[in-house]
Design a binder for this molecule. Structure first.
Ligand code: ADP
Length: 894
């Protein structure tokens, strides 16, 4: 039995917890035998067998039922019951039992889990204290030991407890080391598995590419022939399906590379103009086929050469543009590129891909970057896709140290924004220019070969017969003389006797691969092709292909599946000019100039927007480029846009006749439309709203902002021109290139320093709009009381009441509001009013000059929405108290 017990304890397949439980329980049973033998009372001899049987059964059942915690708790209960008995019968402090208390603590800490551990720990402490207390105060309760017995028992216990505890620690140590070994070997296994998986993916991709090469190549031959419409349609479908399969393979390969950390970002210097023209050449036809307008806007100040992973940037942008075309039925697709200097030698480049398509539902936005996740499946079931594209795009952008975000309004289009920082290689600006195409063949259009060279000799080397046939057929119309070799060795044999003008060489071949063959060619004694340009043909999908092949000495490389147009272009670029006769069509494939004009992208980096209730003068709104989302005014005649459709004076006159005029914030859709529009002018929007407890505007704007990653909504905590003050600060900070976070922080901080207090002439309007109760209104009317309304923590509260004639009231209000002029930031003051005459305004200005003169005073008429709430004769002195935030951004106000 002991052997079996030992075997289980050392068995790795059994859970760690069970093994520990078995060990500690076994040790406790041994301990128990000693404890009970130590206590000399005859009762012990009766308790011992019973206790051991109990522990054995409890342990067995709990292991069988897989409830070790319960079994351990049952055993601890027994131990707690036994210890006082043996303590008092075993000589108390002068015996060997106290040491065993320690073992009980160890048992609890190792076997129990969760709250039970704490409870039993506490019980054990309490029990120990009680035993010691009783033994001290009631020594008669303790069965005495002689001194010799006490020493003997104690020494025996110390040795035994020490021994058993050491066994426990040694075993734990052993377990730790074993687990460590196991983890290391598992880690190694996982790494090996990952490697195998990667190897599998790359060889799978390579293997699949080869037959696709045949399919695409031969299919292209069919398309070139004189075929019926039906056959042509079938062939085009085959072409589409093969390309889709190829995209899928590339995506899976990329994803596996990213997952295993093997995706490397290779930064090289590249021509920005070339990058954009390549991207455009790939997209504009797709857009045109769907009847979409394709627009390109590139900042002319963009440096002409940058350093970055050109291949991956292209992959990211093409993916986003393909999606934009795929998910847009009508309208346009726009690629805008803008850059900003971030250091002496660095630029931050914003690439934005915008479409007028179906957009993404707000609730789906968080998932679109997940792998294999396609959202709105019902609607998109006819659109081909795997849900891998955006996941790869996001991970690539992050690998390049950039950011990607999406703004989308369902049914109204999406904008994907990618930001990357790159080093400048050449300061020369890209400027404004028209692109000419390097696109040669348009799917579906009749093929025309681009040149003929009957005098040229080309050698194609590939171990796959099908590939040889495809290249041969694809070049057949050019009339070049083609020889083929199915191995490196055969290639070297042929080049001994024949000079070729160009060699096309497969990379992966058995025995001698393309690179080895190239080196052998270059140093071939008596070889006739030592200096002949060699183009690599490769089924490897790698971002570093270009570097590898260039370094090895190839003149270029063509990825498989090979397109006829690219193959012709590559061969054409290498063949000696005197051997080539260009066909007429070769020079006619320019892309329409209309779509490819490089224009300036004018989107600013950050825009501050607000609601019409900000009560700012037009001049300031214009000066700081502040855009306004209008509130509504609802009357019996219908709903009007605040300020643009209904002016405050008209509204007050209308309301004076006892008719309705209620303000209403823009709803969520209004805000969505507004933000979508503003995001065509700016990359980021900060929208500042009226105090959140005064209007639903904040909640609506916040809800709408969820559709956009680049819109931040802030509660100004104020209304009218006080809110306008926050907006001015924010706009000024934006103008000085402060970041979004800085502005948000400052606006939140400013809430405390802005003073907004209004004095109300008549409380009728406030009562009507539900701001105060009818009772308060009647009381104010009866006692000629004028409430002063202030905003605290985004709520409107009545701070005081002014009593008496109107001029008296004005004076009291101005004096109190401008008390303590030292604490006031005197640069700017708004006197914002609704329905007041010239004379009263003059009087207010005079009082202000008297109590606290300001540098700039704006007499601002309240917007209709504000006027409808406070009524005629109301006004407020709105300014800022002195604070560090305002000081640091003070200059713009001057
Ligand atoms: P898919 O292969 O399905 O296009 P992606 O990862 O590229 O996979 O995109 C994920 C999902 O995001 C798509 O299924 C689609 O619902 C949505 N999506 C991506 N781009 C756009 C866009 N420009 N407009 C609307 N929806 C888009």
């Amino acid at each position: 039995m002991f052997r079996k017990w030992l075997e289980i304890i050392f068995d790795h397949k059994i859970s760690l917890r069970e093994r520990m439980f078995r060990l500690v329980t076994g040790i406790s049973m041994v301990a128990l035998v000693f404890i009970l033998v130590l206590g000399r009372s005859g009762v012990n001899l009766f308790i011992l067998p019973l206790s051991l049987a109990y522990i054995y059964i409890a342990a067995k059942i709990s292991i069988k039922k897989e409830c070790i915690n319960a079994g351990a708790a049952a055993i601890v209960v027994l131990l707690l019951l036994l210890y006082p008995v043996v303590f008092f019968t075993g000589g108390g402090l002068y015996g060997g039992v106290p040491e065993w208390f320690v073992l009980c603590f160890i048992y609890i800490s190792i076997t129990l889990e969760g709250r039970r551990k704490g409870v039993f720990f506490l019980l054990c402490i309490v029990e120990t204290v009680i035993c010691y207390y009783l033994a001290y105060h009631y020594p008669d309760l303790v069965m005495p030991n002689t001194m010799a017995q006490a020493y003997f028992d104690s020494a025996r216990s110390v040795i035994l407890v020490g021994f058993l505890t050491s066994i426990l620690l040694l075993f734990q140590n052993y377990l730790y080391e074993e687990e460590n070994k196991l983890t290391k070997s598992q880690k190694k296994e996982i790494e090996e598995l990952n490697q195998a998986e990667n190897h599998f993916f790359s060889s799978m991709s390579h293997e699949i590419r080869t037959p696709i090469n045949t399919i695409i190549g031969l299919n292209e031959m069919i398309l070139r022939g004189d075929i019926s419409d039906e056959v042509a349609e079938n062939a085009r479908n085959i072409q589409g399906a093969s390309k889709m399969l190829l995209t899928l393979i590339n995506d899976i390969l990329d994803l596996s590379k990213i997952k295993s950390g093997k995706m490397e970002i290779v930064n090289v210097s590249y021509e920005t103009g070339e990058l954009f023209s390549e991207i455009v050449n790939m997209i504009w036809i797709k857009a045109r086929e769907k009847g979409l307008e394709f627009r390109l806007q590139v900042d002319p100040s963009m440096p002409s050469m940058l350093c970055g992973d050109e291949v991956r940037i292209k992959q990211v942008l093409i993916n986003l543009l393909n999606n934009a075309v795929k998910y847009t039925k009508e309208g346009s697709v726009t690629l805008s590129v803008r850059c900003e200097r971030v250091g002496v030698n660095q630029v931050r480049v914003w690439y934005s891909v915008e479409d007028t398509g179906q957009g993404v539902k707000k609730e789906n936005i968080p998932y679109i970057f997940d792998a294999f996740k396609r959202v709105d499946e019902k609607k998109n079931r006819h659109i081909e896709g795997t849900g891998l594209g955006l996941s790869i795009v996001k991970q690539l952008v992050e690998l390049m140290g950039g950011e990607i975000s999406v703004n989308s309004v369902y049914m109204n289009g999406s904008t994907f924004l990618v930001t990357l920082e790159q080093d400048i290689i050449s300061e020369r600006e890209l400027g404004t220019f028209t692109l000419t195409s390097r696109m040669k063949v348009h799917e579906g259009e009749q093929y025309r070969h681009s040149f003929e060279a009957p005098g040229a000799h080309v050698l194609v080397v590939d171990d796959n017969e099908m590939n040889l046939m495809v290249v041969r057929k694809l070049l057949s119309d050019t009339k070049v003389q083609i020889d083929t070799a199915s191995s490196g060795a055969e290639c070297l044999r042929l080049t001994q006797y024949q000079h070729y003008d160009c060699i096309l060489m497969d990379h992966l071949m058995p025995e001698m691969d393309g690179i080895e063959c190239l080196h052998a060619l270059h140093s071939q004694p008596g070889g006739l092709c030592q200096d002949v340009p060699v183009i690599a043909l490769t089924a490897n999908a790698g971002s570093d292909n270009q570097q590898i092949y260039r370094k090895e000495g190839f003149s270029g490389y063509l990825p498989k599946p090979i397109s006829g147009a690219l193959l012709e272009a590559a061969v054409l670029s290498i063949l000696p000019k005197e051997l080539v006769a260009l066909s007429e069509t070769a020079s006619q494939s320019e892309i329409g100039k209309d779509v490819l004009i490089f224009e300036q992208a004018k989107r600013i980096s950050l825009m501050v927007t607000t609601d019409s209730v900000c009560d700012l003068p037009e001049s300031l709104k214009r000066e700081f480029g502040i855009s306004i989302c209008p509130y509504y005014i609802c009357t019996e005649q219908g709903r009007f846009l605040d300020e643009s459709e209904l002016m405050a004076d008209e509204l007050l006159a209308h309301m004076a006749e006892g008719r309705k005029g209620v303000s209403q914030p823009p709803d969520v859709q209004d805000y969505e439309r507004f933000f979508a529009q503003k995001l065509t002018e700016a990359q980021n929007v900060i929208h500042i709203t009226m105090a959140k407890h005064v209007s639903d505007g904040y909640q609506n704007a916040l809800e709408a902002a969820k559709s956009f990653e680049n819109v931040t909504v802030i509660d100004s905590g104020h209304l009218s021109s006080s809110m306008g003050l926050s907006v001015l600060y924010a706009a000024h900070m934006a103008e000085n290139h402060a970041s979004r976070d800085e502005i948000v922080k400052t606006v939140k901080k400013l809430r405390r320093y802005i003073s907004s207090a209004f004095i109300i002439d008549s409380t009728h309007m406030m009562c009507k709009s539900g701001q105060i109760s009818k009772r308060v209104q009647v009381m104010c009317d009866a006692l000629l009381l004028h409430p002063v309304i202030v905003l605290r923590k985004s709520r409107m509260t009545v701070s005081s009441m002014e009593m008496g004639s109107f001029y008296h009231v004005i004076k009291g209000y101005v004096r109190k509001t401008l008390a303590n002029p030292r604490g006031i930031d005197r640069r700017i003051l708004f006197i914002t009013y609704a329905g007041m005459d010239e004379e009263s305004l003059q009087y207010i200005q005079e009082l202000v000059r008297q109590y606290c003169p300001f540098e700039r005073v704006y007499l601002q008429k309240a917007s209709s929405a504000i006027a409808s709430n406070c009524g005629p004769g109301s006004f407020g002195l709105l300014f800022m108290r002195r604070n560090e935030a305002s000081i640091s951004y003070s200059e713009g106000y001057r």
